[in-house]
Design a protein around this ligand. Structure first.
Ligand SMILES: *Cc1c(COP(=O)(O)O)cnc(C)c1O
Length: 364
């Protein structure tokens, strides 16, 4: 009898704990940071309009969409690269710039796709400790080595909701060698209050060859199902991404809906204002219940049950209590935050239901 021989994947692959998305079988779905108001009606119309031409390959260069993005955000269209979600672009950057023996640096409670993407190419993910659930610039810089190829910062970060100011981002960049690529994942940029000290990192991209900003249509634009994201970088990095991406990586429907969503400025502002008002109200309610809510500028909040009386300090019990009432929120064990739940900001009605349910949980 011969020993069965099976194909073996490359180093790192079997170290990956598969990413588990937010649960979706519930009436109130607050586990995946999807837009509370749903997509723009204009985006839905554009999506419906292309139904008759889905036999055609899409424009492989996403030209119209890149031009619309360039116009909307005052950028150079030639340095924008579109992807099937920003997750695709994160994966492509890691594939292009890191491999076995290289290090990919991120922050302790940073977005889980960074270590997953690093392992998928056999690179070593390195987590820098955080201070008060916020990226610590000095701790990050202290972990930079000659092997550091990519430094990821989600700004604001998912799941903590905290952010680095423009000045802090610049300080992080200034401490990096020019050979390390700084990837600023600004998936929630549009939720930040206008005129504040938040930065999506775009000004660093304009000045430096080793900075990439990634953005998504999945969050405030609420087009998660279409898989649409984009990056802005120096021309050499954009060139690299264009070489490694699939020739038709973004569907025609996603391109059309994306262009229409960008045109609907009124909807975008309504979504931003709703989020800010509703989040402020919700945080106030939870604090009144005695819960600890980490400050967030995004469309979710991290709620800690630590310090509650015995039995009520169990985030998993709270999650199950909410689930039994049809409310889905995100468990945080995979992020090393087992005392916490992440709750997406939904509609006013949904958030009232969550606040009422949590009141019931703590009282019971
Ligand atoms: C949701 C999210 C993304 C990924 O979004 P896509 O749907 O792949 O565009 C990227 N980064 C962070 C921090 C996110 O929370």
């Amino acid at each position: 009898m011969s020993t069965p021989i099976a194909p073996v994947p490359r180093p790192g692959i079997m170290d990956i704990a598969p990413y588990i998305g937010g649960e979706a079988a519930g009436t109130i779905r607050l586990a995946s940071n999807e837009g509370a108001l749903g997509p723009s009606p204009k985006a839905m119309e554009a999506y419906a309009r292309v139904a008759g031409s889905i036999h055609r390959y899409p424009d492989g260069g996403s030209t119209e969409l890149r031009e619309a993005l360039a116009k909307r955000f005052n950028l150079d269209a030639g340095r924008i690269v579109c992807g099937a979600g920003s997750d695709e672009l994160i994966g492509l950057l890691v594939r292009a710039y890191a491999g076995v023996g290289d290090e990919v640096l991120y922050s302790q409670h940073g977005f889980l796709m960074y270590p997953i993407a690093a392992k998928s190419v056999g690179a070593t993910p390195v987590a820098a400790p955080e201070t008060n659930l916020k990226t610590d610039v000095d701790a990050m810089l202290a972990r930079v080595t000659p092997r550091t190829k990519i430094v990821f910062v989600a700004n604001p970060n998912n799941p903590t909701g905290s952010y680095l100011t423009g000045e802090e981002l610049a300080r992080l960049h200034a401490g990096l060698p020019p050979t390390a690529l700084l990837v600023i994942d600004a998936a929630y940029a549009e939720f930040a209050p206008p005129g504040g000290d938040y930065s999506s990192g775009v000004e660093l991209v304009e000045k430096h060859a080793n900075v990439v900003m990634t953005r998504t249509f999945s969050k405030i634009f609420a087009l998660g199902s279409l898989r649409l994201g984009w990056s802005y970088s120096s021309a050499p990095v954009a060139d690299v991404l264009n070489r490694v991406r699939g020739p038709f990586n973004v569907s025609g429907a996603a391109q059309a809906a994306g262009v229409a969503a960008l045109e609907d400025a009124e909807f975008l502002e309504r979504a931003r204002a709703h989020n800010e008002g509703c989040r402020t109200w919700f945080v106030g309610e939870l604090k009144a219940l005695g819960l600890t809510v980490h400050p967030s500028i995004a469309n979710f909040v991290l709620v800690s049950f630590q310090g509650q009386k015995p039995g009520k300090d169990d985030a998993e019990a709270a999650r199950q209590f909410l689930k039994d009432r049809g409310i889905l929120v995100r468990q945080m064990n995979a992020y090393g935050l087992p005392d916490c739940l992440r709750v997406t900001i939904g509609t006013d009605e949904e958030m009232r239901a969550v606040a009422d349910a949590l009141k019931g949980f703590l009282a019971g």
